[in-house]
Design a protein around this ligand. Sequence first.
Ligand SMILES: [Zn+2]
Ligand SMILES: [Zn+2]
Length: 272
Amino acid sequence: MSVPAVLKLLMFVDSHAHIDGPEYDVDREEVIVRATEAGVTTVLNVGTGDPHSGAFERAVNLATEHEHIFAAIGVHPHDARLYDDAAEAKTSDLIARHSKVIAWGEIGLDYHYDNSPRDVQREVFRRQLRSARAIDVPVIIHTRSADTDTIEILRAEYQGTSRGGIMHCFGGSLELAQAAIALGFYISFSGNITFKKAGDLRAIAVELPLDRILIETDCPYLTPVPYRGKRNEPARVIEVARCLADIRGVSLEEIAAVTSRNFTRIFGLQGI
Ligand SMILES: [Zn+2]
Ligand SMILES: [Zn+2]
């Protein structure tokens, strides 16, 4: 007598989402339920915005209220000009007081939009890396059109740490990815890897070791093919996994398992 086939439920981690924002005020709980039903069992929600506005507390509260949602908080390079001692103290304190807040970020450099002056971005990036080191939490890095400065600052401020972190929504060069991996980082791919014109990015994703890869939505942005044009949400992270499985010639099950395992390893989490 054969054993009945057991339905194997795939589990995915969305390692970078922004579902605490106003884009989800009308249906946030439905979005969370849809993610769980699709098999996206863990979400890292990243709180950004003006650190003095209550935005970080909003992200912390969402994680506190939902078992499978974790939080990261940090001052985005767009908002670097708003960073000061009070922002630093608040971020540090919220991370220390809440076990569901597991990373400092997103922090980094964005020379594409230049919403804050570049010298300010660099200084604030350095300060936040030092603070994350001081309280021993991983960091989430946002970098755009700033490969050289990003790696130079990471080498100067973060070499030799045991915690590492995530290069989120990766869109840099293979050299940047490899240098970051050498510093203990993981490389996270978002929906933009599914875009028709993203051949260069897919070529990089094929080169990287599977045990350093993560998947994310960065929702509400970067909705993957075939849902482009709609608001993004954590359930869609499966399309990123599907794309990685296709280009690497492995099963969706393997991408789901390896990216989930990588996520738990970075943050020292058990049984998510
Ligand atoms: Zn980002
Ligand atoms: Zn983000």
